[in-house]
Design a protein around this ligand. Structure first.
Ligand SMILES: Cc1cc2nc3c(=O)[nH]c(=O)nc-3n(C[C@H](O)[C@H](O)[C@H](O)COP(=O)(O)OP(=O)(O)OC[C@H]3O[C@@H](n4cnc5c(N)ncnc54)[C@H](O)[C@@H]3O)c2cc1C
Length: 482
């Protein structure tokens, strides 16, 4: 019998892939510490108007790449085809993304032509970044890793590092580009630089190699089940940019947990794992004081939680897990009733480059993305890497007032919201700082060399988004099969 720890989207997905792999008689047991499933995926639907939804954590999923298509396939297998709410690439929320620089909203270019124009806050067209890369060959001693800030400043210039990359890192993981590893997002480009002295030269050489070998790699997305999936086909032909679900993103973990329950998986809430002890043929886990034997343990817990649980028996493994930092984020949902046109420019939202020193990371324009009736609905993200230096331990009223002040100043919305919610999400996003991927290699090697009956999944290891979480669960379960 397999035990899965954690009932967020990765734990639920792990149980789903285990179920697919085994017979019902071998259905896994899942233990979740809190009173509900879904982890950070949580949607509050307004009781007055069901179209108004406050997402407390993630709100959209990208349908692209191997991991994106895998999630679509999961949605399809769960019968969610009619619940998926896509935003097509022609929609303003897909095209319009802004930055706030010197108190002004600046639209980022969304087309290739835009990259050839000089648009504020940049003093040169973005395409100039490639010229910078070509002119400044890398000739220093080879690097194993670097911050994404150093890399982009060196290759494409300071403005791209300060405005574009630093904001993107805030948007993706609420982190500081001056600490996050370049391998988090730009591993291939970093490898090109290290091998060919410039990114452009790397791209050129790679294309040449491909032409000579006449051997364009077939990606795992070409696998039959994914290609035959109706939802995948729709996402490609209709050019989806991102999507959510009817009734909000929580629909996905809710449907998944219902599916698992009705297929014999024992799902337990208020079931906190307090200790793990590995033996020669399995593991013993203590849940609320009661002990359970398992021949295979799957942990989807945050790294710091798993670290605490294995510390007594495996201090070296625990030290590596506990060294992965996490940040706190405040999510403030705002609803302005009766006027859906409070925003001057329809967009996905805006991000604030950290050097602007504002108390917010960015604002998402929820009611521009999805129909929320006659309401303007916004979400303000605050804190992340800077949470404690800006807000101490975090006071909800103080965070709310600061959020409203920025909305008034930047978006010129003077009225106060008719409804709001403040959530302080503690230790919610792992930070892939320089050296992260070497640490993950050491963690995986330790588990393998010590023959621990343990598989790990979740966002601590190889990607922080919903797609990453689901795919990591799939990979973990596939590796048991092998
Ligand atoms: C504010 C915010 C916005 C985001 N926006 C997006 C977005 O728009 N798109 C996107 O793709 N991703 C986004 N993400 C990331 C996304 O939320 C995560 O990728 C995903 O939810 C992680 O799921 P998980 O199951 O790995 O972890 P979690 O959701 O953290 O689940 C882990 C579970 O383990 C449980 N647990 C902890 N300790 C124990 C224990 N000792 N015993 C038993 N159970 C335990 C927890 O209660 C929790 O339910 C966002 C994240 C945040 C915080």
């Amino acid at each position: 019998m397999t035990i899965v720890l954690g009932g967020g989207i990765s734990g639920l997905s792990a149980a789903y892939y285990l179920l697919k792999q085994s017979k019902v008689s071998h259905a896994p047991k899942l233990f979740e510490a809190s009173h509900r499933f879904g982890g950070w995926i949580k949607t509050d639907v307004s009781s007055n108007d069901r179209r108004v939804r406050f997402e407390c954590g993630p709100r959209t999923i990208r349908p692209k790449g191997v991991k994106g298509l895998n999630t679509l396939q999961l949605c399809s297998e769960l019968g969610l085809n009619n619940d998926v709410l896509p935003i097509k690439s022609s929609h303003p929320a897909a095209k319009n993304r802004m930055l706030v620089v010197n108190n002004e909203l600046c639209m980022l270019p969304s087309t290739l032509a835009g990259a050839f124009k000089t648009l504020p806050p940049f003093t040169r067209p973005l395409i100039y970044g490639f010229y910078h890369d070509f002119r400044h060959k890398y000739t220093d001693k080879p690097l194993m890793d670097d911050t994404i800030y150093n890399f982009t400043e060196r290759r494409f210039g300071k403005e791209i590092a300060d405005y574009l990359i630093s904001s993107m890192i805030c948007g993706i993981c609420a982190g500081d580009a001056k600490e996050i590893s370049v391998k988090f997002l730009l591993k291939d480009l970093f490898d090109y630089e290290q091998k060919h002295q410039s990114v452009l030269m790397g791209i050129y050489n790679k294309s040449l190699e491909r032409i000579l070998q006449k051997n364009v790699a077939t990606s795992p997305t070409n696998s039959e089940p994914i290609q035959n999936c109706e939802l995948v086909k729709q996402s490609i032909t209709q050019k989806w940019s991102i999507y959510s679900m009817n009734d909000g993103l929580e629909k996905l973990p809710k449907t998944l947990s219902d599916h698992l329950k009705s297929n014999g998986v024992e799902l337990n809430t208020n079931a906190k794992c307090e200790n793990i002890e590995f033996g020669t043929n399995g593991a013993n886990v203590t849940i609320n004081g009661k002990s359970y034997e398992t021949d295979q343990l799957v942990s989807s817990l945050p790294a710091f939680e798993l670290g605490k649980l294995v510390k007594k028996q495996h201090p070296q493994l625990a030290d590596e897990l506990l060294a992965i930092p996490y940040v706190d984020v405040a999510v403030i949902n705002l609803q302005y009733s009766g006027n859906k046109n409070l925003l001057k420019t329809p967009a996905f939202g805006f991000l604030v480059p950290p050097a602007q020193n504002l108390p917010i990371l960015g604002v998402l324009f929820d009611s521009c993305c999805f129909d929320m009736g006659e309401n303007t609905v916004l979400t303000v993200m605050m804190g992340g890497k800077w949470f404690h230096e800006r807000f101490g331990n975090g006071n909800e009223q103080d965070l709310y007032e600061k959020a409203i002040e920025q909305i008034q100043r930047i978006l010129k919305i003077d009225q106060r919201p008719d409804a709001f919610k403040v959530h302080i999400l503690r230790q919610c996003i792992p930070q892939y700082i320089v050296g992260h991927f070497d640490r993950i290699d050491r963690i995986m090697r330790y588990i393998e060399q010590n023959k621990l009956p343990l598989k790990v999944c979740g966002t601590a290891y190889d990607g922080v988004g919903v797609n990453d979480a689901i795919y990591s669960a799939k990979m973990a379960i596939d590796s048991i099969k092998k």
